[in-house]
Ligand binder design. Structure first.
Ligand code: PGA
Length: 246
């Protein structure tokens, strides 16, 4: 099933979350042929989890720590996320990499921890503008994936991957669906190489300036198995349109 995910980033208080989810659930009904995921900030997870109980919409976090508990001021662990109802975590988002200095090795530790906890990670990868201009897109994406998956190569089917070119995130300039498809095919090849026994299982999503108008253009392509939506997911009507756009 294709996955349409909302990444709210650092947006929405608890009361705004309540208002959004109430509206959103009314707008989308119970879609059966696609999976829908909302990733609010940590403070909204509990209330969102309570409201989503009994619906088919899943709950995810935007980040996690790799240790289960301990002296890690300001961090949130996977058991904590699980108890509020998270079944997904976004790992290695480009804002985590480039604003907060997350490395491929740290991302790998987080993925390992997610798999141990039974929470499905969405690994984000993608090149910066200078990488693309230097013809390094494939190299950068391949390195990110290989390091992130090291030691868990046999478990790739428990992970989804979001291809998010950094230059397309929050800029209003998405990748063309054709460029995205090219990278998605390349990622699929790497996955086959890493885990030849896996029978699919990993969905490859596109993210970066997706909106209700361009979503159907991406979803026309079978290689694009879902979307990770930032800005356009902040309004329930706009996100519901994206969910129902294909
Ligand atoms: P955007 O963000 O849709 O606002 O470009 C996507 C993301 O960062 O996941």
């Amino acid at each position: 099933m294709r996955l349409i995910a909302a990444n709210w980033k650092m947006n929405k208080t608890v009361s705004e979350t309540r208002e959004y989810i109430e509206k959103f659930l009314r707008l989308i009904g119970e879609p059966e042929d696609r999976e829908v995921l909302i990733c609010p900030p940590f403070t909204s997870l509990y209330v969102a989890g309570e409201m989503l109980k009994g619906s088919s919409v899943k709950l995810g976090a935007q980040n996690c720590h790799f240790e289960r508990k301990g002296a890690f001021t300001g961090e949130v662990s996977l058991p904590m996320l699980r108890e509020v109802g998270c079944s997904y975590v976004i790992v290695g988002h480009s804002e985590r990499r480039h604003i907060f200095g997350e490395t491929d090795d740290l991302i790998n530790r987080k993925l390992v921890a997610c798999l141990e906890e039974g929470i499905r990670p969405i690994l984000c990868v993608g090149e910066k503008l200078e990488d693309r201009e230097a013809g390094m897109t494939f190299k950068v994406v391949e390195t990110q994936i290989r390091i992130a998956l090291s030691g868990i190569e046999h478990l790739t089917d428990r992970i989804d991957i979001a291809y998010e070119p950094v230059w397309a995130i929050g800029t209003g300039v998405p990748a063309s669906p054709e460029d995205a498809v090219e990278v998605h095919r390349f990622i699929r090849e790497i996955l086959r190489d890493i885990n030849p026994k896996a029978e699919g299982g990993t969905r490859i999503l596109y993210g970066g300036s997706v909106n209700p108008e361009n979503a159907p253009e991406f979803m026309k392509h079978q290689e694009i198995e879902g979307l990770l939506v930032g800005g356009a997911s902040l309004d329930p009507e706009s996100f519901a349109k994206i969910v129902n756009s294909f």
